[in-house]
Design a protein around this ligand. Sequence first.
Ligand code: ADP
Ligand code: MG
Length: 696
Amino acid sequence: MVNDIFGSMVFSDAVMKQRLPKETYNALHQTVLDGRRLDIGIAHVVANAMKDWAIEKGATHFTHWFQPMTGITAEKHDSFISPTGDGRVIMEFSGKELIQGESDASSFPSGGLRATFEASGYTAWDPTSYAFVRNDTLFIPTAFCSYGGQALDKKTPLLRSMEALNKQALRILRLFGNDDVTSVRTTVGAEQEYFLISQEMFEKRPDLVFTGRTLFGARPPKGQQLDDHYASSIKPTVLAFMKEVDEELWKLGVPAKTEHNEAAPSQHELAPIFSTTNIATDHNQLIMDIMQKVARKHGMVCLLHEKPFDFVNGSGKHNNWSMQTNTGVNLFEPGETPHENAQFLLFLCAVIQAVDDYQDMLRVCVASAGNDRRLGAKVAPPAVISMFLGDELAEILASIEQGRPYDAREKSTLKVGVHVLPRFPRDTTDRNRTSPFAFTGNKFEFRMPGSSASISGPNFVINTAVAESLRQFADRLEQAEDFNSELHQLIIDCIRRHKRILFSGNGYSEEWLEEAERRGLLNLKTTPDCLPYYIAPKNIKLFTEHKVFTESEIHSRYEIKMEGYCKVIRIEAHTMSQMVHRDILPAVSAYAKKLCDAAAAKEAVLGIGAENAFEKEQAAEISALTTTLYRRCGYLDEALKEMEKMESPIDQANFCRDSIVIIMDKLRETVDRLESLTDRADWPYPDYGTILFSVK
Ligand code: ADP
Ligand code: MG
């Protein structure tokens, strides 16, 4: 059954092999390998075969599917029909329509890149990611650029970074004599966390509807204290949802593999089997989209926000990353021979150096208003980047650095390129769940990316930063007179210089934050804190030298991120203000009146000495809190007006961080206290307990 449906809606390699003339198939294959543009003649043959196949699958339309800077995917549907002049139509799809499409770029964020005379952009087929049919439409994965060639999307820099890493990794592999390898790609498996709540509850909360997270909500009596949700038995409604999600994904060739309950009530996770990074990125977009649509069919809403509820875990997207040769070797698999181990250690050092040198960019690429609420909170990775290698590997590196024996029983010291590394069992390497960047046996798990964001950003940063380490290593080793001793020294130098980034302890603890500060590691708490690093000269140099971005592309992305942050905070603040003025103040005022009426009635009937402490004291407290709330909401409204007067996005963003967010948090405190005092029947929204345990 699974075999029958898996990839059934994908114009895959197997389908192409079957449906394309041999020369066309080979030519296409070669173009993909070379990363060249497709010849229009070949494109025409491919387009025709693709169209016939898609029509058999029920498609009437096609769309270039792309990933603009909004973080979600965009599509514009065109039908295949073409009039024949006699009132009839035929179904047509040309090579030109396959490889290039026009799209009005003016409605997508471009951060000032797209001058007004250049309102349109174009989409170009990424033939390394297969086309597929969904909702009677042929989807063609594409990159999105301006006519000037500037990237307006998330796919283009990712593809460029993969190329940069490929180039440098091949230089290193040549030095180790791996002449059979002709390309290196990065592999990614992104574990996706999400919440499922009942649609009925969702619709009763303007904050969820407008912002994707609850802006208010008193602490529920039960959250995740009992740890009774993680990997617990799955409720029938959720199970039915997961089954349908899996089937939809399988049809599109997305290898959804594990589905389980996560730590917080109503929180779940889906993990696919890893694939090449650009495909994994496309697939993750499909996963998010399909989960949201299928949830609705089951009377639920899938929340992808990083922190939909306070007091319980937020959601992330663990980005498992590795490098693989076209001969099938995982470069982060420790080897069996001294030679393989030396190569493994060198690639490992490349990542250590990359994470240390570009901690700022790793922080930037996961920054958003939503993730600000999650990172650094009690149960999420801290905002400080550090790296966990596992005790044994860390010990091996330390003994190499210090030139001492790894094992006390042995006399000789480990010499890179001469000795086989001591075996370290795989499962001991993944014990530390608090590390933002952990080596997990044969891959790295970057745990900071937020659950709603595209994984393109984290991956183009990792790819480019590692490409830069490898470039420096290759420059040095290619000049070496004695390769093995230079290699040994390089590894020692690298550990010495970058060991501050290695940390095995509890990343959530206060002591670590102090220790990290002593080590000089960055602790960039909010989006406005870290965004200026995007345009730091060293980072501009990194991306331009590896041809991942031009300088103006970096500036545009910096601006888009800054504006995006301000927009989110502004929407949240306006939603809060509206909820307070229109729902909460009227509700608490009415409830206070009820209490006063009850107190007066008691006194009228029972006399002045009536026992009415509850009514009076509660009414007094509610009344005082109501005044505080009214004032604080006034401050928020004033602050929003003040923000509108500011012209530069950085000023606005800093103002959001220093004023708006602070007032919002204060406002929430008051509302949450009021919620806990008010009659359940009078509170205008379902409470946390009801929402978090709403799915049956
Ligand atoms: P967990 O982290 O929950 O213990 P696994 O380690 O088995 O689970 O895998 C987590 C994710 O890492 C999966 O999506 C898996 O496909 C992916 N993964 C495994 N090996 C690699 C690899 N070499 N490159 C990239 N991702 C990988
Ligand atoms: Mg994992």
